[in-house]
Design a protein around this ligand. Structure first.
Ligand code: SF4
Ligand code: SF4
Length: 370
């Protein structure tokens, strides 16, 4: 089944954004007042961690502001919410991202998913918790930042909805479902129980390289929107020169979530993705099992920038990291590590790189995938 994905060019946040957003809203009809009036709408930006807007880790506050204004003008009851990877620093994350100030100035509440209660779901063979503020909304407005990701290659609309899982339940699910393909199926199961959602991707400035938190900001120059996050991310793959079949959570989506790309013809010359554990997914399970000592993706620590804050150890779902008094960086228990990259996501100093084993790098080069 085809799902419309609307794309508009938007070279910058300062001048072009308001007009680009209006064009997108008019062309897509996704923000029409008739569908929004009186609805409880939860806006879900990417608030991964405490970075400034220009670092391109979080959704740009100017886009969040425009969306809030549009929803309020349509008569919706608006709130903004998320569950940052490092829950301890929510206040700092809101301040640094600029999204806290936007909520305050626009008079809309910010809802922390850790504090709003949870509901348990059993779906498609998975068991997971979702934040009540998310499942009780009439409509989600999903505002992902388009970034590279060390585990899934791409993070955009689908992965941003994973933020509906509150706090450290996210890392527990990573531990339960470490294989990227299984994790991808979990994301589809979560989508199946969420309320209807409009996804609007912030790809004005995205992130490439060591994403989702330690890569380089890159000007992509567009916005894209759809009511189907899988179709939206598949369309993004086309623009960013990625094969959707190599993005674990897009596997098997071809038939049910085919994008029909409408609007401006945007082109991005290149998009750098990190080396990652998705390569493990390309190998037969028996080979991964037999050669597990040779096939791995693990964090490597850079002593200079590490400030020994311990956030990586707190976030590790496999208890594979320990911060010892006599060491300059956390110590890794390589046998326990499941290669989930949660530590890499939360490190505030860019002191962690996800490193592949030599054999895996060789396979990647041979398959032409890295
Ligand atoms: S690696 Fe990063 S998250 Fe871990 S202790 Fe060092 S600075 Fe903190
Ligand atoms: S050390 Fe990092 S990559 Fe390994 S399991 Fe822990 S959080 Fe995941």
């Amino acid at each position: 089944m085809k799902h419309a994905v609307h794309v508009v060019r938007c070279p910058d946040y300062e001048i072009a954004l308001p007009e680009a957003f209006e064009r997108l809203a008019a062309a897509s009809g996704l923000f029409d007042a008739a569908a929004l009036c009186g609805k409880r709408v939860l806006v879900k930006p990417n608030l991964l961690t405490d970075r400034l807007p220009e670092q391109a880790v979080t959704t740009h506050p100017s886009l969040v502001r425009l969306v809030i204004r549009r929803l309020k003008a349509a008569g919706a009851v608006v709130s903004v919410g998320d569950s940052p990877a490092s829950t301890a620093n929510l206040k700092v994350t809101l301040e640094r991202s600029g999204i806290g100030a936007v909520c305050e100035e626009e008079g809309v509440p910010f809802v922390s998913f850790e504090q709003g209660g949870v509901r348990n779901f059993e779906q498609d063979g998975f068991s997971f918790l979702l934040a009540k503020p998310v499942v009780e909304a009439d409509l989600l407005v999903n505002l992902p930042k388009v970034k590279s990701h060390s585990l899934t290659k791409l993070t955009a609309a689908v992965k941003n909805l994973y933020g509906a899982v509150p706090g450290y339940s996210k890392t527990t699910l990573h531990r339960l479902y470490p294989k990227p393909e299984t994790f991808g199926r979990l994301l589809q199961a979560i989508w199946n129980v969420l309320p209807p959602a409009v996804s609007l991707a912030d790809a004005v400035v995205g992130m490439e390289g060591q994403g989702p938190s330690n890569g380089k900001p890159v000007r992509l120059g567009f916005l894209a929107a759809s009511d189907d996050p899988f179709a939206l991310d598949t369309a993004l793959c086309g623009i960013l020169h990625l094969r959707p079949s190599t993005v674990p959570y897009l596997k098997g989506c071809e038939t049910a979530h085919t994008p029909e790309v409408l609007g401006d013809d945007v082109s991005v010359p290149s998009f750098e993705i990190p080396s990652g554990s998705h390569l493990l997914d390309l190998l037969p399970a028996w080979l991964v099992h037999v050669a597990s000592r040779l096939l791995w993706v693990r964090p490597a620590f850079v002593p200079g920038p590490c400030v020994r804050c311990g956030k990586c150890a707190q976030a590790c779902p496999a208890s594979a990291l320990a911060l010892r008094a006599d060491a300059s960086v956390p110590r890794l228990d390589a046998k326990a590590c499941i290669g989930c990259a949660c530590c890499h996501e939360v490190c505030p100093k860019g002191a962690i790189r996800m490193k592949q084993s030599a054999v895996l790098r060789l396979i990647g080069a041979f398959k032409g995938l890295d």
